[in-house]
Design a protein around this ligand. Sequence first.
Ligand code: DMJ
Length: 464
Amino acid sequence: MRRAYWHRYHGDQDTLVTAFVLAASLILLATPACHRAADSEDRKITGQVRTEFLHAWRNYEQYAWGHDALRPLSKTAHDWYGQSLQMTPVDAFDTLLLMHLDSEAAKDLQLITSNLSFDRDIYVKNFEITIRLLGGLLSGYEMTGDKRLLGSAEELGNRLLPVFGSPTGLPYVYINLHTGQVRGPITNPAETGTLLLEFGTLSKITAKPIFYEKAKRALVETYKRRSPLGLVGQSINVETGVWTDTASHIGSGIDSYYEYLWKCWLLFGDKDCLEMWRANISAVNSYLADDLQGELWYGHTDMNTGKRTETIYGALDAFFPALLALSGDLGRARRLQVSSFKMWNLHGIEPELLDYKTMRVLAGSYHLRPEIVESTYYLYHYTRDPEYRKMGEILFNNFVRYCRADTGYAALADVTTKQKKDEMESFVLAETFKYFYLLFASPKALDFDTVVFNTEAHPLRRQW
Ligand code: DMJ
């Protein structure tokens, strides 16, 4: 496995080992005993995270190898569209590399390069395929330099292009990978606006601007339809460009639209993205943020009136502190993280949806989601406040306590009863474990400033 990108992180092994020993001795001499104890505790947790990740991975290997996902309770395999698109192998690949699980990564690469094929007569969801597969293939290529991964990414990008063929340029929801036919005109900002990091990276690497142009137009067309208040709605018709649901929030169906506005500025230095971000984030902070007895939450309003419609927050919304921190608003990021953690602690693990005014659970499932962990990692990265590692430890211990199954990790049907569900999404391996690992690992595990994570936690290089 070639390690072009990887060497940037790890350098030449011998030089690195010598430097490491020297640096470690100096640090040891200069570090007070209480810090050393904390460091060794963090190293212990990093090891535990890796062990638990391996527990999930090995059971995937044993019971679902080559399929999209493991069903951890029935010990069976699940393919999203009746045939495998290697969802878990591609999504998990860069986590295997980051955790230095080299032989597992080599075996995974072998599986991906020999089994992945996109010439299939099936309708797939453009958004999911883009963030999980295109994102995973591109980060895998950047980390290994393996041209086969780039070849697959380019083939996939080409097969997805007809999805943008609506009169507005907004993508349809589904596309047939073989015929290029499209389906599903009713979509949402997350699905229309969370494509530019992956398509844009593909353009930069292949020097073919079409991918960037199509995905950027979709993002801009979404933004252009914001209300006079500067808010976007929950669903939109790609053929007419008319909103079909005017609910506005930062949760499911909108979340990563905001994320990509900021991140496409970070990754590509695209000034249009920065302007769109500025306009949208100020509206979000004015109309969605809810100061409730000293606590900060983000609820639902109507995009046209700005009136509060619901006091709902959930597991997906918990990505927002990460985005606030990344964009420089540490004050709101810290306050919102306190609220997310309160939601988590209500039942020892977070529900999918909560009414934050009454603290009543509205949807009690837990899908092993990463967002709260992602935010904890970003906050720790920017503040180095040990509170966030303590918080992460509680999240991780409860995650293991309630979701570990004999064969992998299982979602919860209900966080109040902790009853398990036969589901282990690929993002558990792509994101949840990766963010836990990065939170506790040495900052050297990943040079944070050289990459931007796509919404599925695939690190993409900031080199453009
Ligand atoms: C992931 O596929 C991505 O993080 C996406 O942006 C939202 N949903 C899941 C994780 O919860």
